[in-house]
Design a protein around this ligand. Sequence first.
Ligand code: A3P
Length: 311
Amino acid sequence: MQGGVDRQDLRVEIPPEKFHLIEVITQENVVYEGIKFPQIRNTVDSLNYAQHEFQVRDEDVFNVTYPKSGTTWMQEILTLINSKGDLSQHKLIPSWERVPWVEQTTGRGFLENRPSPRLITSHLQAHLFPKSFFKTKAKVIYTMRNPKDVCVSLYNYCQITKFLECIENFAEFHSVFIKGDVIYGSWFDHVSGWLKMKDQATILLMSYEGMLQDPRGSVLKICKFLGRDLDDAAIDSVVENTSFIKLKNNQMSNYSLLSDEYMHHKKGSFFRKGISGDWKNYFTVAQSEQLDHLFQEKMKDFNLKEKFMWD
Ligand code: A3P
């Protein structure tokens, strides 16, 4: 049950395990407003729906990220805050259904008739975000991660999926990432677009590194932002059950439910390392300096390195 509604009511007509019957698995992208989105579960219609038609409600809570910045982690934290630490949904319903992407083809079916408070995920840049959001009291939690680690995580993720453009050579991928010619657009554009709104009371900035360093403090911060008063046992449950190892072993969050048609499961896991600083094992000095240079140029107004402990 979710908010008094039977789980069946939250499903689209075609259950996720049967998506392979209707989806063409391709590494092609769809281009919307000049930005590439993976063709799997993104269409011009679904993106247009998210931006122009989707009706945001005051009670909605959005989990917004550039990919590979801690999206799944936040989906689980929000689920467990919402359930006050109760594990039933977290153990029974896949994350993509509990906290669905508004811009995906499944967004409308999952979200339109769902009772509030709805938990919603998005990888959209701020200027493509649902227009109706800006007229409501709905909240956004925007999670950022060191772009060097994002680059490495995305590179590895592309190697294990069958539905994302795959560049096997890291140097080549790095150069494409730096140019912003990747899915969901440039990391710099994504982050700077959202950071421009950081002082709004309805937006909370989080960092992957901060969550790693202080998981409990991070959960408390999110609860405070959402006005949710959980007792110590519930907070403990949220923190313990959203650790890397717990999520890696939870079928409802680890993407093992996706069939071999979607993933090269033998090549690696969605929950890969879950650390900060892995970029040092991939970047050359020159590649690191190149990204630093761009960072200084594009992010100079935001003082991010000091604030979020990115090195
Ligand atoms: P790595 O590939 O570096 O391991 P997203 O959900 O946005 O796609 O992000 C996935 C990244 O977050 C992966 O990074 C994954 O391992 C990491 N991650 C997910 N849950 C985590 C957790 N509880 N603790 C640390 N890292 C986590």
